[in-house]
Write a protein that binds this ligand. Structure first.
Ligand code: PNS
Length: 166
């Protein structure tokens, strides 16, 4: 069983994430979408909401599990679950500069490899941050997020400092 993990804040999950997760699912037997909470970050959605949105969106895809990362190291999380690779989408060279030290650190900590997938051109400009800014200023983001996420953004979800849970 080849198991991969797609980690991230997913605040909220968007179509660029989905495209990378679907491609990861075609390469591995199981993909864990691991939703992280960094106590130093402010989130628009609670961990429970971010998990719900990811689960609702990915429910129809086979071989995908959505879980919280917890508050420990991703490398340790991967070791405990027998994960062979962390899969990340790369949109730009600045993504690469940000990701490379983490990939090297994760491999040195637990032997887990990181596999980079080039982002699909159509989604190369997408980030959760930009989507939240556009939506917050009244712009339409319906082309960029799944329906369940759009519903919550329009309804106005939580705006809280999330606390790590499990
Ligand atoms: O979507 P994000 O916030 O850019 O995701 C960042 C994430 C979850 C990949 C990164 O913060 C992470 O790996 N966090 C887990 C804690 C950890 O292992 N930190 C050391 C990384 S080498």
């Amino acid at each position: 069983m080849r198991r991969a993990v797609c980690p991230g804040s997913f605040d909220p999950i968007h179509n660029g994430h989905l495209e990378v997760i679907a491609r990861a699912a075609s390469l591995f037997d199981e993909v864990i979408v691991a939703v992280s909470t960094n106590p130093a970050k402010k989130y628009r959605f609670t961990l429970a909401e971010r998990l719900d949105m990811a689960r609702e969106t990915l429910a129809s895809l086979k071989g995908i599990v959505v879980e919280p990362v917890g508050d420990g190291l991703l490398a340790e999380y991967c070791r405990q679950r027998g994960v062979s690779a962390i899969v990340k989408g790369l949109r730009s060279s600045s993504d690469f500069d940000y990701e490379l030290p983490m990939a090297t650190m994760n491999r040195q900590l637990s032997g887990v490899e990181t596999v980079f997938l080039p982002a699909e051109a159509h989604y190369i400009h997408l980030s959760s941050t930009l989507i939240k800014e556009v939506a917050g200023l009244g712009g339409s983001v319906s082309d960029y997020v799944p329906r369940s996420v759009h519903r919550r953004m329009v309804a106005g979800g939580s705006s809280v400092d999330d606390q790590p849970r499990g």
